[in-house]
Design a protein around this ligand. Structure first.
Ligand SMILES: CC(C)(COP(=O)(O)OP(=O)(O)OC[C@H]1O[C@@H](n2cnc3c(N)ncnc32)[C@H](O)[C@@H]1OP(=O)(O)O)[C@@H](O)C(=O)NCCC(=O)NCCS
Length: 172
């Protein structure tokens, strides 16, 4: 499925997005704040992700999207709802290529995905965790109506090494 607005298109990843994903996730400026994607990030990692998202969109609750430029359909980021087995809660995550930072794109796409999660997917609770030093991401979450719950120790550190994260959540 796709979510289209004037300034962005949310769509599944395509095979042709592989170089853009690899470039962005090998950029330390982006990768240092993330927990899940491997670093360094290979073409094989990107192919696995593209296939994972394709299968996610074949299921009943598609939650993972490429953020594409509506003008040329180039993938410039990713935004995801990682849905729990209960089908009622999901973790929000996102990244953008640095060329697209500072334009409000993360805030706009996160708002659209929150609406998709509570509306179309029928989720009841969304949450996100950030590195304590990730001021930009915390600001995105606040602007999307998430409440700061407090520090949480996670098994998976951010690539820059923070194991203590800040938990944010929002209820339907
Ligand atoms: C986090 C990220 C997605 C934000 O993307 P973005 O499109 O630039 O964010 P927005 O333009 O929507 O800005 C959100 C807010 O953060 C603020 N902000 C941006 N950089 C900031 C910084 N370094 N310190 C404090 N606030 C910052 C912006 O001013 C804006 O707030 P405002 O509208 O009140 O001024 C982007 O920086 C990114 O991809 N970072 C690397 C990956 C990452 O951190 N992912 C999240 C992991 S939890």
């Amino acid at each position: 499925m796709e979510i289209e607005e004037k300034t962005f298109r949310l769509r599944p990843f395509l095979e042709s997005d592989e170089p853009a994903i690899v470039d962005s996730l090998n950029d330390w400026t982006v990768a240092q704040w993330l927990t899940r994607p491997p670093f360094p990030y290979t073409a094989e990692d990107a192919r696995w992700w593209i296939d994972f998202v394709r299968r996610d969109h074949e299921g009943p609750q598609p939650g993972h999207f490429a953020i594409a430029d509506p003008l040329d359909d180039r993938a410039v980021g990713c935004i995801s709802l990682d849905i729990a087995e209960t089908g009622k809660a999901a973790e929000l995550g996102y990244w953008l290529a640095t060329s697209h930072w500072g334009r409000g794109l993360a805030t706009m796409t996160a708002r659209a995905v929150v609406e998709h999660g509570f509306g179309t997917l029928g989720l009841k609770r969304l949450f996100a965790t950030t590195d304590p030093a990730n001021d930009a991401s915390q600001q995105v979450l606040r602007k999307c109506g998430f409440e700061e719950i407090g520090p949480r120790l996670l098994d998976r550190p951010t690539k820059r090494g923070a194991t203590q994260h800040i938990l944010f959540e929002r209820h339907a």
